[in-house]
Design a protein around this ligand. Structure first.
Ligand code: 0WE
Length: 254
């Protein structure tokens, strides 16, 4: 069993019970980590706080990662409350719905900007804010998707943003290695989350995924959470800058 007792983790991206952030929170909690969990805004507050209360000792924070001021404020709160930090989880992505419906060719400058700001730049900003608190070394974990590598229908500008995110993981890993902070991505198979719900044809995607994947099933949030717990732990002390697939093996198939 992975042991994260005495480690403080902050998780960004909790929306509801289906969130990958929630699967990760449950597994880090089971491993004994002290949790701070952040949700985006007032609208998400009631649902997020209800869930966070289910994990004894976990504390709720509000932060919209597209705001530098809100990031500064939440890390000041984390410093005050915990003093130091060991684990940062970034489970945040957004692109305007239009950009995921129309041809990629039609991607607007604004949709490109928003997708990269929310889904990629936020990892840089959060890592910079977290690094000074990671005085005993640390582990930064983000979420990617196969559409970063291969063209996934309708994933469009998100695929380009995830490619940028995976490159960002490597550049951050190179910078932060000197303070023993590791940075990795988990590339999860498709999962029915709030972010995926809006998309047409998700059920068919899940079916095809389960059919073609070596394990002949879909991936769930707790499996992603288990890999996050591993990456957060000393068992992964030699792994940084990597993208690890947790997708029932789908990505290896021709
Ligand atoms: O990364 C994701 C979710 C990305 C996402 C989804 C939405 C839908 C609603 C980002 N922004 C938005 N904005 C919205 O307005 N996934 C890996 C899940 C996902 O999203 C897809 C997928 C899959 C899989 C979008 C199109 C095609 C496949």
């Amino acid at each position: 069993m992975i042991d994260l007792h005495g480690r403080v983790a902050v998780i960004f991206g909790l929306a509801n019970q289906r969130s990958i952030a929630w699967g990760i929170a449950q597994q880090l909690h089971a491993a004994g980590a002290t949790l701070a969990i952040s949700y985006q805004n007032e609208r998400m507050r009631a649902e997020a706080e209800g869930l966070i209360q289910e994990l004894p000792g976990a504390e709720a924070f509000q932060c919209d990662v597209s705001s530098d001021e809100e990031i500064d404020r939440v890390f000041a709160q984390l410093k005050e409350r915990f003093g130091q930090l060991h684990i940062l989880v970034h489970a945040v992505a957004f692109a305007p719905a239009d950009a995921l419906r129309n041809d990629f060719l039609l991607t607007s400058r604004e949709a490109f900007r928003v997708a990269h700001d929310v889904s990629v730049y936020s990892l840089i900003a959060l890592s910079r804010a977290a690094a000074p608190l990671m005085t005993e070394g640390g582990s930064i974990i983000t979420l990617s998707y196969y559409g970063a590598e291969k063209v996934a229908p309708h994933y469009n500008v998100m695929g380009v943003a995830k490619a940028s995110l995976e490159a960002t993981v490597r550049y951050l890993a190179a910078d932060l290695g000197k303070q023993n902070v590791r940075v990795n991505a988990i590339s999860a198979g498709p999962i029915k989350t709030l972010a995926a719900r809006g998309i047409g044809g998700l059920s068919e995607m899940l079916r095809i995924h389960a059919e073609r994947a070596p394990l002949h099933r879909n991936t769930d949030q707790l499996e992603v959470g288990a890999t996050a717990a591993f990456l957060a732990s000393d068992l992964a002390s030699g792994i940084t800058g990597e993208t690890i697939y947790v997708d029932s093996g789908f990505n290896i198939m021709a």
